[in-house]
Design a protein around this ligand. Structure first.
Ligand code: SF4
Length: 327
């Protein structure tokens, strides 16, 4: 009987799920995800963490508990240190397996693969082989599974660049047929970590709300690398958090290109890095003043009514600027 590997639907699930799933399935494992985020998952996560923890990490803990209750053999909690050279993820990712082990009792075995591309391919190969040997003996089979998973990841990223959200791209990779929503008379850049906006429960369906109001939504992951780099090159000081740098780079790029009608920055309550990047973005947009900017902070108490009112007001402002509605 194949071993069950649980993958929590939180944090970098939205960036790497097709790759991780392929790797484990190629090794003969059955991949099980946690349920969609719901009140119980959030409440379980909140009970587990100290108050100061950011909402996405609290939610992740709730997903780990959900998988524990599903009775899987392993839970995949990678220690993601670096996904590109000379840049790092926030400290919560570096210590995630330790947080999980120390905060939640009676867990199945945690697969704490170190993902650190800064340390080079040789290091990654050692980690891949270490984890792969939990499932098969042959080195070539493990390397082959890794190669296939990298290929799936490239396909996944191409789908996102065609205008699909990460969540839609995951569905497409699983065989669903979807149309890219590149229509909409307003083009809005939604600058945020993927896990803040792709989780419909946490974000209260923010992307769909904007689409239903007639916007074409562009997320950070959809923006071409060269545009982000162009924007990031304008930073006075380079940022070492790679996802925060992507958000700032995209923000800087849109100030110069004026390629969108409006920009919305979404951050999570309790996030240290976001408090810096969001403040820098807001100052830039206020100083420049050409593109309307709005920031939204999500937390466990954010209400739908308040969010809708702010979105409607922002959309009205954008339409008024385009001359579609009279003052
Ligand atoms: S970047 Fe912010 S939201 Fe993301 S894990 Fe770190 S503290 Fe939490």
């Amino acid at each position: 009987m194949s071993k069950k590997v649980g993958i929590p639907k939180g944090l970098l699930y939205y960036n790497f799920y097709p790759m991780w799933k392929t790797f484990f399935e190629e090794l003969g494992a059955e991949v099980v995800t946690s349920s969609d985020t719901c009140k119980k998952i959030i409440d379980d996560g909140i009970k587990t963490c100290v108050d100061e923890t950011c909402l996405p990490v609290k939610t992740f803990m709730g997903h780990v508990i959900d998988l524990k209750e599903k009775g899987v053999d392993y839970i995949f909690v990678p220690r993601v240190i670096s996904v590109e050279r000379r840049r790092y993820l926030c400290s919560k990712f570096l210590g995630l397996p330790d947080l999980v082990r120390n905060l939640i009792s009676d867990l199945p075995q945690i697969i704490d693969m170190k993902i650190d591309y800064y340390r080079g391919e040789e290091f990654m190969e050692r980690e891949i082989l270490r984890v792969g040997k939990l499932f098969v003996d042959g080195t070539s089979k493990i390397k082959d599974a890794y190669e296939k998973s990298l290929k799936r990841q490239r396909t996944f990223e191409c789908i996102i660049r065609e205008g699909f959200s990460n969540t839609e791209a995951i569905k497409i990779m699983e065989g669903k047929k979807l149309d890219a929503n590149t229509k909409g008379d307003l083009k809005i850049a939604l600058l945020a970590h993927s896990y803040d906006i792709m989780d419909d429960y946490l974000s209260m369906g923010l992307i769909n709300r904007l689409k239903n109001m007639g916007a074409y939504v562009l997320t950070t992951n959809m923006i071409e690398r060269d545009k982000i780099e162009k924007g990031a090159s304008k930073l006075q000081k380079d940022l070492f958090w790679n996802y925060g740098r992507d958000i700032l780079g995209a923000g800087k790029y849109f100030i110069e290109s004026e390629d969108v009608d409006g920009v919305i920055s979404v951050s999570a309550f309790g996030c240290g890095p976001d408090s810096i990047t969001e403040d820098l973005l807001e100052r830039d947009y206020k100083r420049d003043g050409k593109i309307p900017f709005m920031s939204i902070t999500i937390d466990e108490h954010t209400g739908e009514a308040g969010l809708n009112t702010r979105l409607e007001a922002f959309i009205d402002l954008l339409r008024w600027r385009k001359g579609e509605i009279m003052a």
